[in-house]
Design a protein around this ligand. Structure first.
Ligand code: SAM
Length: 350
């Protein structure tokens, strides 16, 4: 299954070709129920109509036999929570276009849930038109406990409207299949302002700031025990040595907590406050060994910010910059095309 592309209705493809619990990662960018017909909008990169008019998709939905059939299929799917939710929506919304759209989505989400491995994740890209109905559906299909994020992606610079605030964001719902899901932290460059205000001190290794080697909450194991006269439990904390720090300094990350702290102290990267002051030791986090800022759940390119990031020529969140109509090499002319950088973040994280 390397580099295999299926062309067709995803419901049939999933049922006929994709085994249960065989998929690591799902990203779906379905029609948004935006009531637009994109057939006639497909343009070439130059902005002219493409020679072969491609039937993009019809993003309009009506309550009809197909919708009723999708609804019945969810009833028979065996996912009773998903059906309870869909049924509740039907009583609330009635048999209308939105309900037709949600039924079409529900039966496909049931299949996507089936094919994901227990370690897998799903990202559903949508916009505020239907995002909160879709969130409820996903809670029904995946279980609300498996919801992880509502990522906000800035899809355009402005969308002017004098009667309300300009709608410029899409929503990406992020769910795990189970608690065994895999997630890897993704980092972005610090801003220069952050570096200037935090990494002010300097020793022979370079610029650093003092960061904590303890986390909130008490623990019963060694990480809760007194080390060199400092009691984390008394401060309602526990020893928590960041693994990237340990690895970067060549210390064995599998050492017990106190041995790790001893190794770091021997390297001279731990600062000790007076014993009995109530303060706990800190470590020197060096700028050139710091991974950057952990990615948060707002992904918003900021135009005209080149030169403001540390160690990067890019502007803020430029890797997820929206595609522009003119002069954008990546843009193929399809109206709902997403940038590759967006998918790269998702793949890197999962
Ligand atoms: C919002 S667009 C996706 C845009 C795409 N992510 C990109 O960057 O170009 C929605 C896509 O879903 C496809 N689609 C709609 N219903 C489908 C179905 N039942 N099975 C497979 N694809 C479907 C449409 O043809 C359309 O290409």
């Amino acid at each position: 299954m390397t580099n295999r592309l299926f062309y067709g209705d995803n419901l049939d493809v999933l049922r006929e070709h994709v085994a249960s619990e065989s998929v690591d990662l799902v990203y779906l960018d379905p029609p948004f129920n935006s009531n637009a017909n994109y057939n006639i909008l497909f343009k070439s990169p130059a902005g002219t109509q493409a020679d072969a008019q491609i039937e993009a998709f019809e993003d309009t939905w009506h309550w009809n036999d197909t919708a009723e059939d999708a609804f019945d299929q969810v009833a028979r799917s065996g996912n009773s929570k998903a059906f309870d939710l869909l049924n509740a929506m039907r009583s609330f919304l009635g048999e209308n276009d939105v309900m037709a759209y949600l039924s079409m989505m529900a039966i496909r989400l049931v299949e996507l849930h089936r094919v994901l491995k227990p370690t897998g994740s799903l990202y559903l890209h949508c916009d505020p038109t239907a995002s909160h109905y879709l969130k409820l559906l996903l809670d029904g299909v995946f279980g609300a406990d498996n919801w992880l994020n509502e990522v906000i992606w800035r899809r355009t610079g402005s969308h002017n409207n004098a009667k309300r605030f300009g709608p410029v964001h899409d929503v990406i719902h992020f769910y795990r299949k189970s608690a065994a899901y895999r997630h890897r932290p993704v980092f972005r460059p610090y801003t220069r302002g952050h570096v200037e205000s935090y990494f002010k001190k300097e020793d022979r290794r370079g610029y650093f700031w003092t960061n904590s080697i303890h986390g909130a909450g008490t623990r019963n194991g060694e990480s809760g025990k007194v080390w060199r006269g400092y009691d984390p439990t008394a401060a309602k904390r526990h020893w928590a040595v960041p693994s990237d720090l340990v690895t970067a300094l060549g210390v064995d990350p599998d050492l017990p907590q106190h041995a790790k702290l001893d190794a770091l102290a021997d390297l001279g990267v731990i600062d000790f406050p007076p014993v009995g002051s109530g303060a706990l030791p800190t470590y020197r986090q060096y700028l050139d060994r710091s991974p950057g800022l952990l990615l948060q759940d707002i992904w918003a390119y900021q135009p005209h910010t080149r030169g403001t990031l540390h160690g990067s020529q890019e502007g803020i969140d430029e890797d997820v910059r929206w595609l522009t109509a003119q002069g954008d090499e990546e843009r193929l002319g399809y109206p709902t095309q997403k940038p590759i950088g967006l998918l790269e973040r998702i793949i890197a994280a999962s």
